[in-house]
Design a protein around this ligand. Structure first.
Ligand SMILES: [Zn+2]
Length: 420
């Protein structure tokens, strides 16, 4: 057993929550003394640090979006008052904006995710994230080292160079975006290699870009690469990671994740979809309730891998793209999953108000693909994925002109509700 699995990483849910509460309390206390932002916020709300002592108390505070962090930092450079005055920061990262982020000081961030992806001592891993200005390269480098792997800091070098490194250094693992790995494989094939036969790259851990299910199948089936995903943000570090079960993302240690209704900032019921709001428990950057803008839900069941941390269901869209129907969010990501289950069926969701109630219509182009499906099963699958029942299915005939007007491939959901 490894420290990333057993030590602290496998406390009981209750014990973890107690630990998090203590750390949250300490963070708010320290933040009130050292961070102008925390002090101003609590004072303006008429709260004392002793009012925030458990994760449930966080609801008393507003959610802060990335846009707001940028704005505050520009108003009060460099850290918008989120950082203490005399804090010892080992490096400052720069993102476009510009946004400035202090390194959170914990070199083991991301180590847990890489460990779960199977990276160990003896693995040689290509780290294709940029080491220049931004946090990614160095941060993931340290995470890989924490898991024990040897890192090749190939950064943003061209695909031909990456192929050369894979060949010459006997690379066994990759970290970067899925699209860049795909580009590297294409380049290798263009150079005359048989990627699976000629190279030993068998493991990849992706972050910073969603992994399309079809691309995952391609990597795993065609190229024999075991794939994993991690999730996080520069402002708060690592948030969650996949284990070998690949059935949800385990929430990292020392982060509090809330799933909230973006319109109220209040937590939704467990299992429901909402915005991922993160508080990184630390003593450097006092950012409480960072709103990621990503939508997810908590998976209730225990994971077969044995880890006791709660899991996220994966990211099913961005807050702005989601449409709330009868209290539940329906996202383009969910519609994409419905489409995956019924390939080639062209559909679009239209939400209206009828008799003071949200009304969900699925409009489908009536062609041979639609004729081939079982409509009852379609309704069941839709309900299972979106957690909202279809009120009506409308079909449009092809070639009558009625199939064209509003149907847009890029717009999975149209909200036609008028709130008069
Ligand atoms: Zn697991």
């Amino acid at each position: 057993m490894d420290r990333f699995f057993d030590d602290r990483g496998n406390r009981s849910t209750l014990r973890r929550e107690e630990d998090n509460n203590l750390k949250l309390s300490a963070m708010v206390d320290s933040g009130y003394r050292h961070s102008k932002r925390v002090r101003d916020m609590l004072d303006s709300l008429g709260l004392k640090p002793s009012d925030i002592v458990s994760t449930g108390d966080l609801e008393k505070l507003p959610v802060i979006s990335r846009g707001e962090v940028v704005e505050l930092e520009q108003r009060e450079p460099p850290f918008g008052g989120f950082c203490g005055e005399n804090t010892d920061i080992d490096r400052i990262f720069i993102s476009p904006g510009p946004v400035y982020e202090p390194h959170l000081g914990e070199n083991e961030l991301w180590g847990r995710g890489y460990f779960a992806a199977g990276f160990r001592k003896g693995e040689r891993v290509l780290n294709t994230f940029s080491y220049h200005m931004v946090a990614a390269g160095l941060t993931f480098h340290e995470g890989l080292r924490a898991a024990g792997a040897t890192v090749i800091p190939s950064g943003t070098s061209g695909t031909e160079t990456q192929v050369q490194l894979i060949r010459d250094l006997g690379i066994t693992g990759y970290t970067g975006t899925p699209s860049f790995l795909n580009a590297i494989i294409n380049k290798a094939e263009e150079m005359g290699y048989d990627f699976k036969k000629d190279f030993g790259l068998r493991r990849a851990c992706f972050v910073a870009e969603p992994l399309q299910p079809s691309l995952r199948i391609k990597f795993e089936d065609e190229y024999g690469i075991d794939t994993y995903q991690m999730y996080g943000a520069t402002e708060v570090g690592d948030i969650a990671y996949e284990c070998s079960e690949k059935a949800g993302w385990h929430i990292c240690e020392d982060v509090i994740v809330e799933i909230v209704d973006p319109s109220t900032g209040k937590c939704v019921e467990s299992g429901q979809l909402g915005e991922v709001v993160v508080t990184r428990l630390n003593d450097i950057f006092f950012l409480l309730r960072f709103g990621t803008g990503d939508l997810s839900s908590i998976v209730e069941s225990d994971c077969a891998c044995g880890r006791t941390s709660r899991r996220l269901s994966g990211i099913s869209g961005r807050v702005g793209d989601a449409v709330k129907v009868r209290g539940m969010f329906v996202t383009p990501g969910q519609i994409a999953r419905v489409r995956e289950a019924f390939p080639r069926v062209r559909l679009q969701v239209v939400v209206t108000r009828e008799s003071y109630r949200d009304f969900l219509t699925v409009e489908i182009v009536d062609d041979e693909h639609y004729k081939a499906i079982d409509v009852g099963r379609f309704r069941d699958v839709f309900n299972e994925i979106c957690a909202v029942k279809i009120d009506r299915i409308e079909t449009r005939l092809v070639g009558t002109g009625r199939d064209k007007p509003e149907y847009e491939e890029g717009k999975p959901i149209i909200d036609k509700r008028e709130w008069k």
